[in-house]
Design a protein around this ligand. Structure first.
Ligand code: PMP
Length: 398
């Protein structure tokens, strides 16, 4: 591997040449069934014809203009997004971290312009992931991402998801600005929060005048079978929501959505981006949105997810010594393992199946929403072969 890259990634020894649907082909011509999908990014699979058409058509017109001009694609995509959820306004960025950064800035600024500048505290949760900027690592508080990067930023604290009393007390504090949570924790290991949890926190935040931020960077854009994960539940919608990953179906683009009220501090000059929402990104994201938001796309994702969960539950009963739990929601699925998850990912790769890692010793299955029933069956068959190999190794080690 190249030593001219900053070695910040644990890379698998696999160089991809091309992809098609749920399949990746490496530079040696070997085909892999891709249940990583760019970590929940390639929601429509690889090389989707509609995305290719949108990208190539836009490429001949205009790639980039500054946000000092109107960008019609932004207006069109913002209209689609706001019509599809609680939000009134959208800011476009390029990555999930940037969407989170915008959400946190909007929340503090909201209180500042409302005459309560002392409200700066952001409540986050153990096991969460919000990205790699300073604000994002401080909001999630994962020690391995924070340590060595200087003093912690003021105004960030994390609670346990099940600490009901602590959460209520923190929301009620007069210095609290916002609470940020992933409706389904992704990197934390496909942990889906209950509707009751999301509704309770929604109610507490409303009562206290605290802004509720949902980080749907991973759980949004159809991943759970609804356009946004919180839409599974009544009365759970946030004030601010972060999107990225599948928003562009693989093209880098992100969005921070908010109610007009929550965004009232975000006035001209207080925030911005050079590339955010450029015409090329907008053209692809509009095509991705129109495809993902189709009722039939979401219904298909729900049906294949149900099939996958059934097959995986049966697999877990056949391999209780390998799989401790099957969890998650929709096409954001976690297998909590007994053998080491990183070792298991290698065994899966040996079976030409790609899965992602996750917290709590999980591997995640994040296939394209377009995965067919046959491909779902094939993925589980390959997982079964990896389980058999893992069992053999456990027996050898014993
Ligand atoms: N939030 C969540 C929930 C994520 O899963 C991620 C990426 N894994 C991010 C934020 C950060 O996104 P990005 O890597 O695009 O900055």
């Amino acid at each position: 591997m190249s030593d001219s890259l900053m070695p910040v990634y644990n890379r698998a020894p696999l160089a991809v040449e091309r992809g098609e649907g749920a399949w990746l082909h490496d530079t040696n011509g070997v085909a892999y069934l891709d249940c990583v999908a760019g970590i929940a990014t390639d929601a429509l699979g690889h090389a989707h014809p509609r995305l290719i058409a949108a990208l190539t058509e836009q490429a001949t017109k205009i790639w980039h203009v500054s946000n000092i001009f109107r960008i019609p694609g932004q207006e069109a995509l913002a209209q689609r997004l706001t019509e599809a959820c609680f939000a009134d306004v959208v800011f476009f960025g390029n990555s999930g971290s940037e969407a989170v950064e915008c959400a946190l800035k909007a929340a503090r600024r909201y209180h500042s312009v409302a005459g309560a500048p002392e409200r700066i505290d952001v409540i986050g949760f153990a096991g969460s992931f919000h990205g790699r900027t300073y604000a994002a690592i401080n909001a999630a508080g994962n020690p391995s991402y924070v340590e060595g990067f200087g003093p912690p930023l003021p105004g960030y604290a994390q609670l346990m998801i099940d600490d009901e009393a602590g959460i209520a007390a923190a929301i009620a504090r007069p210095t609290t600005a916002a609470l940020i949570v992933e409706p389904v924790q992704g990197e934390g290991g496909a942990r889906a929060l209950s509707g009751a949890w999301l509704q309770r926190v929604r109610r507490l935040c409303s009562e206290a005048g605290v802004l509720l931020i949902h980080d749907e960077v991973q759980s949004g854009m159809g991943r759970t079978g609804r356009l946004f994960a919180h839409q599974w539940y009544e009365d759970a919608a946030p004030d601010i929501m972060c999107l990225a990953k599948a928003l562009g179906g693989g093209f880098p683009v992100a969005a921070c959505l908010a109610t007009r009220e929550a965004a009232r501090g975000m006035t001209a000059g207080v925030h911005g981006s050079t590339f955010g929402g450029n015409p090329l990104a907008m053209a692809v994201a509009i095509a991705a949105f129109d495809e993902i938001s189709k009722p039939e796309t979401l219904a298909h994702a729900c049906a294949v997810s149900a099939d996958l969960f059934e097959r995986l539950a049966a697999l877990a009963t056949r391999y209780p010594d390998v799989i401790a739990d099957v969890r998650g929601k929709g096409m954001l699925i976690g297998l909590k393992l007994i053998p080491n998850n990183r070792d298991f990912m290698v065994l899966a790769r040996d079976q030409r199946l790609l899965v992602a890692g996750g917290g709590e010793n999980c591997v995640r299955l994040l296939p394209p929403l377009t995965l067919t029933f046959d491909e779902a069956a094939e993925a589980v068959a390959r997982l079964e072969a990896a389980c058999a190999e893992a069992r053999g190794r456990l027996a050898q080690a014993a």
